[in-house]
Design a protein around this ligand. Structure first.
Ligand code: PLP
Length: 395
């Protein structure tokens, strides 16, 4: 009899968003016609910018004529897109060569697929609270998972200590769900640890474009020593509104070598075996993001979400509730007031002011007692939610 991958039976139900949907549905059934202020969504609400739409249309037209039609394109990404992304790094003083950039269909796909580069016996350290996919991808692979909890005492930015050891180390900065961002010095500690132990850091930079403080690193490769121990996974989902369009990129330095195996070479072999590349049309749209006009337009959208963040943070300031994130990230992570648990606070906000957020407990046990607001909602809802929060929780 076929033996399936029995590790699927070890997965916990992905109950978080299911549970939120169930509770909001029940509320709406009991209170028909009520408007809910959805501050929990992790999806963008603004459309793609004009430069991207124009490039997408042109690429569709390319496919309509024999002379400009493209069949299969490189599995590793369109050369012009890889070059534009590498140039984007180099403009910030980070030495990345074009062939160290791999175009992907998004960070989620890549976070799962990249595990092919590691032996099944390798262990994975996950700093929590964390994006749930890190744990699940490793459970499916049957890996040993080491959880490193963080908390308010370290600003949700855990440092390694003597005992911190694992083959794969996940770091997400700016973090989902906490919005916390590692400083250069804090990242250097992780880079030094990874080099000392011959570990590899998987650096999830899906929210790097939201960093406004010039002192904070937007890439792990701003840190000395990272080229020999890190892989960076990026996404255009939140940077440029590609959640439904799908595009991302991954940087694997040629200096990343373990046991004589070069991870960049291995990834070329992996991609050329397991994919036939990302859609030509979507890549052309993605390339427009890296033009001067594209950069200007995506910044306008990011600024819109940042203003939402300022509105919500302004409200929280008036309540005296502790929070982090929001300034350099599209998420605000707050302490539930009056010792409430995450789900208790969820119910409280839903029932009293019809505001929906995300209970922190869904991102790891250390998230219990915390709550996440996202800043991707509409301006009207954000303003009203902020006022309702002040009305309910203001001092
Ligand atoms: N990494 C983090 C931390 C995320 O929050 C998300 C999406 O919410 C992703 C990766 C996935 O991004 P993508 O849409 O590129 O798959």
């Amino acid at each position: 009899m076929t033996t399936p991958n029995m590790h699927y039976a070890d997965l916990k139900d992905s109950y978080l968003f299911f549970h939120i949907a169930r509770k909001t549905k029940a509320y709406l059934e009991a209170h028909p016609g009520t408007h809910l202020y959805r501050m929990g969504i992790g999806d963008v609400s603004l459309p793609l910018c004009g430069a991207v739409i124009k490039a997408l249309h042109e690429a569709v037209d390319d496919q309509a004529a024999k002379e400009s039609f493209h069949g299969y394109v490189s599995e590793l990404g369109l050369p012009e897109l890889r070059a534009a992304i590498a140039q984007h790094y180099r403009e910030r003083g980070i030495g990345i060569s074009d062939d160290e950039v791999f175009v992907s269909s998004g960070a989620s796909d890549e976070l799962g697929d990249i595990l092919d580069l590691f032996d099944r016996s390798s262990s994975a350290l996950i700093t929590e609270p964390a994006y749930p996919a890190y744990v699940d991808a490793n459970v499916i692979a049957g890996r040993e998972i080491v959880r490193l909890a963080s908390g308010r005492e370290n600003g949700f930015l855990p440092s390694p200590d003597q005992g911190t050891k694992a083959d794969i180390i996940y770091i997400c900065s700016p973090n989902n769900p906490t919005g916390a961002v590692f400083s250069r010095q804090q990242l250097k500690e992780w880079v030094d640890l990874a080099n000392a132990n011959s570990s590899v850091i998987l650096f999830d930079a899906a929210y790097e474009a939201f960093i406004e403080d010039p002192e904070l690193p937007r890439s792990i490769f701003e840190i000395e020593g990272a080229r020999t121990c890190a892989i960076e996974i990026c996404s255009l989902s939140k940077t440029a509104g590609f959640t439904g369009t799908r595009l991302g990129y991954t940087v694997i330095p040629k200096d990343l070598i373990r046991k004589g195996m070069c991870f960049n070479d291995m990834w070329i072999r992996n991609r050329t075996t397991k994919t036939n590349g990302v859609s030509y049309i979507i890549q052309k749209g993605g390339a427009a993001v890296f033009t001067a006009e594209g950069q200007r337009q995506i910044r306008e959208n990011i600024e819109f979400y940042k203003e939402n963040a300022r509105i919500l943070m302004g409200a929280l300031d008036k309540t005296g509730i502790w929070y982090c994130g929001g300034k350099n990230a599209p998420y605000i992570w707050l302490r539930c007031p009056d010792g409430m648990g995450s789900w208790e606070f969820f119910d409280h906000l839903l029932n009293e002011i019809q505001v929906v957020g995300t209970p922190g407990e869904g991102f790891g046990a250390c998230g219990e007692g915390y709550f996440r607001f996202s800043t991707f909602g509409s301006r009207e809802d954000t303003i009203e939610a902020a006022e309702r929060l002040i009305g309910l929780l203001g001092r």
